[in-house]
Design a binder for this molecule. Structure first.
Ligand code: NAD
Length: 306
């Protein structure tokens, strides 16, 4: 079986590539390297340095004839979406639409799209399940939601089999501190480099899910006969203050962060229920926050020693 992974040079995409290769898939990557890194792409997979909006996208489908698509390529920064909503929409909406159109034409068996907890906005009851009303508060979350709606229409109009995976805050090795939910890599980098740390607020909560569990969810989704929307999360709430103290304890470095008030517009509490993914996809997050942080710190440690 061959799987086409868009965004395979990125943080999550590179782990999805590894997960698929480890499970005997042939892997083809499309990535324009806008935030991804060429060193993240393993030499055993075929790689196209290409924008998903480039005309030669069709050629890739024609030549490679993939069985499945896992679509992770995206403009993934909330801040950038506010600064430049047009390029956010072009990548996240039009790019997704173009992939869906070729998925239809070339009869893809399963199309999996990465979406985000950001589509729920600032929910007042927790944990949030997939039926919770959506309330995008940024152009990024709106473009992700629009992508989702296109995916659903391709399923209902053309019978394309699809899964939409709404990730909570993903963390782990190779995370870009500037991307969505980069707080873990920011903390680790600053602790290891003995830099001054700043926390805005601290009592806001997030649902941190380890990247290898997310990669497994993507692979499980292409193998499943189920369609639909699934939260991919740890189903547990961690405050930023707790995250900081656990990270500093595991890194063995003490530091007293400077505290400022929480930034305006920031989501106060976030935790996603993952019961549906557990029941229907038979997927569970298998790494505790401590285990995931330990692995992440050790890879960042190795990098700082190089
Ligand atoms: N990191 C998180 O916590 C998180 C949470 C929710 C959802 N997501 C979603 O997961 C996916 C992966 O995110 P990530 O954190 O790995 O970000 P990332 O920036 O590391 O990965 C995105 C990849 O897509 C590539 N890309 C961007 N625009 C492209 C284009 N037009 N054509 C081809 N390639 C393009 C980038 O070069 C990069 O390699 C995204 O869809 C993001 O919205 C991430």
């Amino acid at each position: 079986m061959k799987v086409l992974i868009t965004g395979g040079a990125g943080f999550i995409g590179s782990h999805v590539v590894e997960e698929c290769l480890a499970n005997n898939y042939e892997v083809v990557v499309i990535d324009n390297l806008s935030t991804g890194k060429s060193e993240n792409i393993l030499s055993i997979c075929k790689n196209y340095t290409l924008d998903i909006n480039d005309d030669s996208l069709k050629h890739v489908f024609e030549v490679e004839k993939p069985d499945h698509v896992i679509h992770l390529a995206a403009q993934a920064s909330v801040m950038k979406s506010i600064e430049d909503p047009i390029s956010d929409g072009v990548t996240n909406v039009i790019g997704t639409l173009r992939l869906l159109e070729y998925a239809r034409i070339y009869r893809i068996k399963k199309f999996v799209m990465a979406s985000s907890a950001a589509v729920y906005g600032n929910p007042d009851t927790l944990p949030v399940d997939e039926k919770f009303p959506l309330n995008p508060l940024s152009f990024y979350s709106l473009s992700k939601w629009s992508g989702e709606r296109y995916v659903q229409l391709y399923e209902s109009l053309y019978g394309l089999s699809t899964c939409i995976l709404r990730f909570s805050n993903v963390y782990g090795p190779r995370q870009n501190p500037l991307g969505e939910a980069g707080v873990v890599s920011i903390f680790i980098n600053q602790l290891l480099n003995r830099e001054k740390l700043v926390i805005y607020g601290g009592q806001q909560t997030r649902d941190f899910v380890y990247v290898k569990d997310v990669a497994k969810a993507c692979r499980t989704a292409i193998e499943s006969s189920k369609s639909g929307i699934f939260n991919i999360s740890s189903n547990s709430e961690t405050t930023i203050d707790e995250l900081f103290s656990t990270t500093s304890l595991l890194a063995g470095i003490t530091s007293k962060p400077q505290k400022y008030p929480m930034r305006i517009g920031e989501i106060e509490k976030s935790v996603l229920g993952n019961e549906k993914a557990s029941k229907e996809l038979n997927w569970q997050a298998s790494h505790s926050l401590q285990e995931g942080l330990k692995e992440t710190i050790s890879t960042f440690h190795q990098l700082t020693k190089l």
